[in-house]
Design a protein around this ligand. Structure first.
Ligand code: PGA
Length: 262
C-alpha cells in the first residue's frame, strides 16, 4: 500500500472538565513543557466554554491546535443549546471530535446525525475525528469488525476522496474508555487493520494509506510507547491522562520522540 508517512496526532479530550479559568492555568503550565516545533500534531479539546480562554492562553503562534468535542450540523438558527461549525471555526478550532461513545450511549447519537455533523465540520474547515468502537458484549460475541465497519459506513457514507483526506478515525473500544483497561497493542492493531481495509475497499488504497487512525481508551504515559511502536497506530485520543500537566506532557514527549524518528 505505498508508504506515506502519517504524522502522529495526539488529542487531549478534556470531556466535561475544567472551567475557563482552570483551563487557562493548565495551558500556561503545560505549554512550556511541549515541544516548540513538534514533529507531531498536538490538539487540546476543552469544553466549549473554555475554548476562548485556551486560545488566549496558547497565543497566536502556539503549535498546539484547538479542537472541540462535538458540533451541531446546522450553521445557525433555533437550536437551543447547540454550537455550530462556523462558531467553532471562528474561535480558532481546527479539529472536532464527532461520535464519541459517550455521545452515542449517553445522548443517543446515531449514525445519521454523526454523518451530518461530519459534513458540517468539513464545510467549515474543521477536521473531523470520527470515534468508533465496540462494546464489551459486542467483542465477546465476535462482532468487533462488523461494528467497526457499520460505524464507518454510517459516519462516512458517500464522502468524496477529497473530503476523506480531512478525516481522522479514532478507534476507541467502549470497554477501554475510562476503565484503566486499555486494549493491548495487538487488539488495537487488529482493529486498525480492519478499519484500513474498509477505507481501501470503500475509497482507495491511497486514502487507506493516508488516513490517520488513533487509538483511544485508557492511554497513559505507561502504555503510549508500546502503542505508538506500531506503524498501524498513528496517535492517541486521551481522556483521563490529558487532564494533568505531568501525564499529558509525558505522553506528548514520548510521542514526539517517536515522531521525530519518523
Ligand atoms: P480515557 O478516555 O483516556 O479516559 O479512557 C478516552 C476517550 O474517551 O476519548
Amino acid at each position: 500500500m505505498g508508504n506515506v508517512v502519517r504524522r502522529i496526532l495526539i488529542v487531549g479530550n478534556w470531556k466535561m472538565n475544567k472551567t475557563a479559568s482552570e483551563a487557562a492555568v493548565f495551558i500556561r503550565e503545560i505549554a512550556p513543557r511541549l515541544p516548540a516545533a513538534p514533529a507531531i500534531d498536538i490538539v487540546v479539546a476543552p469544553p466549549f466554554t473554555a475554548l476562548e480562554s485556551v486560545r488566549a492562553a496558547l497565543g497566536p503562534s502556539s503549535s498546539i491546535q484547538l479542537g472541540a468535542q462535538n458540533v451541531f450540523w446546522e450553521s445557525h438558527g433555533a437550536y437551543t443549546g447547540e454550537i455550530s461549525a462556523p462558531m467553532l471555526s471562528d474561535l480558532g478550532c481546527r479539529y472536532v471530535i464527532i461520535g464519541h461513545s459517550e455521545r452515542r450511549t449517553l445522548f443517543g447519537e446515531q449514525d445519521e446525525g454523526i454523518r451530518k455533523k461530519i459534513r458540517a465540520a468539513l464545510a467549515h474547515d474543521l477536521k473531523p475525528i470520527l470515534c468508533i468502537g465496540e462494546s464489551l458484549s459486542q467483542r465477546e460475541r465476535g462482532q468487533t469488525d462488523d461494528v467497526l465497519r457499520q460505524q464507518l459506513k454510517g459516519g462516512l457514507a458517500d464522502l468524496s476522496l477529497q473530503a476523506m483526506a480531512a478525516i481522522t478515525i479514532a478507534y476507541e473500544p467502549v470497554w477501554a474508555i475510562g476503565t484503566g483497561k486499555a486494549a493491548t497493542t495487538e487488539q488495537a492493531i487488529a482493529a486498525h487493520r480492519t478499519i484500513r481495509t474498509f477505507l481501501s475497499d470503500t475509497w482507495s488504497a491511497e486514502i487507506a494509506n493516508a488516513t490517520r487512525i488513533l487509538y483511544g481508551g485508557s492511554v497513559t504515559p505507561q502504555n503510549i510507547d508500546a502503542l505508538l511502536q506500531s506503524d498501524q497506530i498513528d496517535g492517541a485520543l486521551i481522556g483521563g491522562a490529558c487532564l494533568q500537566v505531568e501525564s499529558f506532557a509525558r505522553i506528548t514527549t514520548f510521542a514526539e520522540s517517536i515522531g521525530a524518528c519518523g
